[in-house]
Ligand binder design. Structure first.
Ligand SMILES: O=C([O-])CC(=O)C(=O)O
Ligand SMILES: [Mg+2]
Length: 387
């Protein structure tokens, strides 16, 4: 068997929203297909992947470097020992040949996107859901019930507190028990009003997480911590620059309740530095590394090894990104859950058709691969690329 082609297309996922750092008016994502010569159920096996929101499409890097490295490799050098499937670790090593360490830039997004497609193909060739394959690989029991929370609460032109409340209410109506909103894109007084409006709306039906998207300096992060600690928040997310571990550690002196960060750390080395120097607490804080932005699942497995070395449980991980890849990792490897954007970044995010959120959890359907074939709007776009 072999990979016969790798296709990429850069697609818009633009919307008029903004967080404290960026707007999404020009946001794009790369969609990738890894085309194999394997046939299952009368159909060519094609693995699909895409990067999650927040970083832009990576067509340049994919087409100029990573695609060709894979296609130029001897097919048997990318296969498992048994020769019956691709070995994602070997494909990964091939992609990263002649790449220096450190300074991860956005090549981690390009590699993560292709890596997602490789895992999708591998699980389809095995004829199993990826989460079942991952659990088998690690000798553990899969748990198809996954916690998900609703991310939104963006700043939006003309959006007032009643619109924000209505948005959050709609998430509760759809079964979510944790909702997230943005902070740091307005004055602290305005944000306080927004938070109080949402807390009044959700009452005891749900919990609220807030996300500063790395906007704050130490002084502002502490000022917000002093306001936020009066509320029963689910977490206080990405307070300062993602690579400023000393800032993260300093905030923990002002904020006892859970904090979350990691969506902009793109390697297991960066994750290790966060755990070494960031003052994050394994009994309450959350880690949001997103494989689709950070060299894929091959690298995420290394990150999970780092967590173990530092005494962290995988259940403290609730990845950023709202994609089905992380749902599979959560169900297969025991993560604490996954993000979800009920109204954004479609058709890429979300769940297979018919999957409902009940009491803050979904049940993974038994679909081969990552499960994209179960989401009709998504698979339609994917097949336009390669089938
Ligand atoms: O607004 C964004 O860039 C997305 C984000 O931080 C999140 O989902 O946590
Ligand atoms: Mg975030």
């Amino acid at each position: 068997m072999r990979i016969i082609d790798i296709c990429e297309v850069t697609k818009p996922i633009a919307s008029p929203i903004r967080n404290a750092y960026i707007d999404f008016s020009k946001m794009t994502a790369s969609l990738v297909a890894v085309v194999t010569d394997v046939v299952r159920d009368g159909r060519r096996v094609v693995g699909y992947g895409f990067n999650s929101n927040g970083r832009y499409g990576q067509g340049g890097l994919i087409r100029e470097r990573f695609r060709d490295r894979i296609l130029e490799a001897a097919p048997e050098s990318l296969m498992s020992e048994a020769g019956s499937n691709l070995d994602p670790h070997r494909v990964w090593a091939r992609m990263m040949a002649n790449e220096k360490p450190g300074g991860h830039g956005e090549r981690s997004v390009a590699v993560g996107t292709i890596d997602m497609a490789v895992w999708d193909a591998v699980a389809k060739i095995e004829g199993k859901p990826l989460f079942r394959l991952l659990a088998e690989m690690k000798g553990r029991e899969a748990n198809p019930k996954v916690f998900v929370y609703a991310a939104g609460g963006y700043y939006y032109p003309g959006k007032d507190n009643s619109a924000l409340r209505a948005e959050m209410r709609s998430y509760l109506d759809r079964g979510y028990t944790v909702v997230k909103m943005k902070i740091g894109g307005a004055s602290i007084d305005e944000d306080r009003g927004r938070i109080e409006a949402v807390l009044e709306e959700i009452g005891s039906q749900a919990q609220l997480a807030v996300d500063a998207n790395g906007r704050f300096d130490l002084e502002t992060g502490i000022a917000y911590a002093k306001v936020l600690r009066d509320y029963p928040l689910f977490w206080y997310e990405e307070i300062g620059d993602p690579l400023d571990y000393a800032l993260q550690a300093a905030i923990s002196e002002f904020y006892d309740a859970p904090m979350a960060t990691g969506e902009n750390l793109f390697s297991h080395q960066d994750a290790r530095n966060l755990l070494r120097y960031g003052g994050m607490r394994p009994d309450r804080d959350y880690l949001q590394f997103d494989c689709a932005l950070s060299y894929g699942l091959v690298e995420y497995l290394r990150t999970l090894d780092v967590l173990r070395q530092f005494g962290w449980s995988p259940s403290r991980c609730i990845p950023h990104g709202g994609h089905q890849m992380s749902l599979n990792i959560a169900a297969g490897l025991g993560l604490g859950g996954n993000e979800s954007y009920p109204d954004l970044f479609q058709p890429y995010g979300g769940f297979p058709d018919g999957v409902e959120v009940i009491d803050g959890h979904i049940l993974m359907p038994e679909l081969p691969g990552i499960g994209f074939e179960g989401k009709s709007e998504l698979i339609k776009v994917m097949r336009e690329l390669a089938e």
